[in-house]
Ligand binder design. Structure first.
Ligand SMILES: *Cc1c(COP(=O)(O)O)cnc(C)c1O
Length: 358
């Protein structure tokens, strides 16, 4: 089957074969070579300077990377403003509630871009010396396929002296992220979305200066400790060695295929092929292309078909699509273009849709 859900993704044979490498003790130098290569290659996806940025690995899913980032980088007496327009923004608020982190939510309509004026007003109207130290946002809100405008938010953060924490779990490796902006503090992501690794390895790309004031609210996911030990070619716990094998091989393949710009262009071509093909069958995209990521798009269910009917019929043909989340499950379906997918695969998918609806 071909996975068109937003992670885990369809693997290339090269990455799948990398899982068959020799057994490895995580206290041997070979493991630390692997860890070093993963960290170096993660920084090079966005050409980051290793004296300013560090890639901190953890054995976990993407949510844990977001949790680790938020739990460490909002300092003890810090305050976080969460920009929400979907399930993953909501999740950041739930993480804050869990840890007792002082936070406020600015909840927008899930079908709209964040209200920049409202966010600016919120950042402005704070008591002196008790304003928001940080802002958090989901870059690509996988709930709807919307790409939130980091550039606009970074400017607001810069104007108000706040650091930005980004859930880039479903955009890292494909979409543009403005790492040059001094307001960007950290970005959380995972191996098994745009990088085409397997589930089990996640990471935070963090500005080294932001780690200086890091809080230590969690034991396993303590970002400061993970960063310190990894810099010393060490690890606190047993990592998912095979997931690291796959991540490194996926990053080598990514570089060989032309790195980030090539991946972006590949996804963009696939996403447009899906959009145009479904439009020809009368199926509308939820959002205009210019507001969407190239990674995943949401579409309106065709009249007279439930999601379950559509899903089951496509699965029987070898394609796994994805439901809408929450209330959107009755009206939407989603198609991701991450993973080892070709334009021929998309043409087959569209032929299935045509047969189903025809
Ligand atoms: C997939 C995803 C996550 C986290 O997913 P896990 O299931 O924990 O790997 C978080 N944020 C966004 C935007 C995502 O798309």
């Amino acid at each position: 089957v071909l996975l068109l859900n937003p992670g885990p993704v369809t693997l290339s044979e090269r990455v799948r074969r990398s899982l068959l490498q020799p057994d490895l003790c995580h206290r041997e130098s070979e493991f630390f070579d692997l860890q070093d290569e993963a960290r170096t290659r993660l920084l090079s996806t966005y050409s980051l300077d290793s004296s300013q940025w560090t890639a901190v690995l953890m054995t976990a899913s993407g949510t844990a990377a977001v949790e680790s980032m938020v739990a460490a980088l909002v300092p003890k007496n810090g305050r976080l403003l969460i920009v929400e327009n979907g399930v993953y923004g909501e999740r950041i608020a739930l993480i804050c509630a869990q840890y007792g982190i002082d936070h406020e939510r600015i909840v927008g309509d899930w079908l709209r871009a964040p209200d920049w004026d409202a966010i600016a007003a919120k950042l402005e109207n704070q008591p002196k010396d008790a304003g928001f130290t940080h802002v958090a946002v989901v870059h690509h809100e996988t709930t709807t396929g919307r790409l939130n405008d980091l550039h606009a938010l970074l400017k607001l953060c810069r104007d108000h002296g706040a650091g930005l924490l980004v859930d880039a779990v479903s955009s890292f490796g494909a979409e543009t992220i403005d790492f040059d902006d001094p307001a960007l503090s950290a970005v959380a992501a995972t191996a098994n979305k745009c990088l085409h690794g397997v589930p089990g390895a996640a990471f935070v790309i963090v500005r080294r200066s932001a780690l200086k004031n890091a809080a230590s609210r969690t034991y396993y996911l303590d970002l400061g400790r993970l960063a310190r030990l990894q810099d010393e070619r060490n690890t606190p716990f047993t990592p998912a060695v095979h997931a690291y094998y796959a991540l490194v091989e996926a990053l080598r393949e990514y570089a060989d295929q032309g790195a980030r710009h090539a991946r972006y262009e590949h996804y963009a071509a696939l996403a447009e092929r899906v959009r145009a093909g479904l439009a020809a069958l009368g199926i509308d995209a939820l959002l205009p292309a210019e507001q969407s990521s190239v990674v995943l798009r949401a579409y309106r269910l065709p009249p007279g078909k439930t999601y379950a009917q559509l899903h089951d019929a496509l699965k029987a043909e070898g394609f796994v699509i994805y439901a809408g989340q929450g209330n959107l499950s009755k009206t939407l379906f989603r198609i991701s273009t991450m993973g080892d997918i070709t334009s021929t695969d998309i043409d087959c998918l569209l032929q299935c849709f045509a047969r189903l609806l025809g």
